[in-house]
Ligand binder design. Sequence first.
Ligand code: PLP
Length: 415
Amino acid sequence: MQETLKTVTKTNTDWEAIRSQFPILKHEVNGHKLVYLDNGASSQMPQRVIDRINDYHSNEHANVHRGIHTLSQKATDAFELARKRMRKFINAQYEEEIIYTTGTTDSINLVAQSYGRKHFNEGDEILISAMEHHANIVPWQMIAEQTGAVLKVIPMDNNGELLLNEFHRLLSSKTKMVAVVHVSNTLGTINPVQEIIESAHAYDVPVLIDGAQAVPHMKVDVQALDADFYAFSAHKMCGPTGFGILYGKRKLLNEMPPYRGGGDMIDKVTFEKTTWNDIPHKFEAGTPPISAGVGFAETIAFLNEIGMDNIAAREQELLKYATEKLSMIDGLQIVGTAKSKASVISFLLKDIHPTDVGTILDQKSIAVRTGHHCTQPIMDSFGIPGTARASISFYNSKDDIDRLVDGIKYVQEFF
Ligand code: PLP
């Protein structure tokens, strides 16, 4: 198969050249060059990933895992390449520990429903944190309602740092699952998940990490973390939409019942009884998003070429620059001031509603996110309706940050 369709070859740290691979960043919106600072919601795809998907559709498409014919085998190889590459990318021990899903939300629902239905009983406790995305709250509430389990919440302080003393106090023999976000999409906080996992394991409690905002921005090693489950989405890491990963330890996945029933996830079907396929296929019912998986394999190669450590360093540099510049603006308050942060800056402008901030910035072609960012409980705990949020990627530039600063000043003048 065609491994890659490289459009540009570059050195690891030539950020201008890397940026130039993202066709959408060359666009003008509302008469200005686009400044895209909504990467937390969804990031952009480089040309080679777009090309790979097009090429797959033009030359290689067939259904996967079920065809004896050449095209189907080619499609299967192209699709399975993402699993091989992802195993290495997050350092999973086994390839079958990489489950394809449609994204973080799907991955968490899978664990909540499959693991939870088997293991949770009346009065058992599920421990989440105060800074979870709705995707790591609602699935647990649903399974709690179905099983009689109870949701407990680790509180945080005003900087957006988890109160670990409280976590240790809440952890008990009643706890049956800890589910915590690695990096908060709203506050940017990087949580000490290794410590959380270690403490939970002392009680024999498995831990699910919501890594939607971590895997795109830093090197994640699931074995070093000793995470039991780790969930993330392709579209937040320069990959296609509709595709995601659930990493799970082989032993746990083997013991869990299927989440969805249908084709591919079975071994033998009769009207009397059905037996299940092995992992990962036990959790992958029906025709998957094949072209997204093929494109994602290309994304992983792209990120590997730049290097996740390089990406993390670049984003930390941009975060520092943006934090300094934004902090100098009168009337601007940053929400989320943890010591350890990823490149997310939520902010409030005195007397101006976040929606108005976003609307006026859009007139200048500066794309930020406004609202509660699917974290309504965070907004409640800060007593605010929402924030404006600039989420920075490695392909952003200091010039983008300067444009944001000028845009915010323009918003202030406007009101
Ligand atoms: N968790 C976090 C921390 C997120 O930021 C998001 C998306 O914004 C999700 C979960 C849900 O991701 P998806 O919508 O791709 O399933």
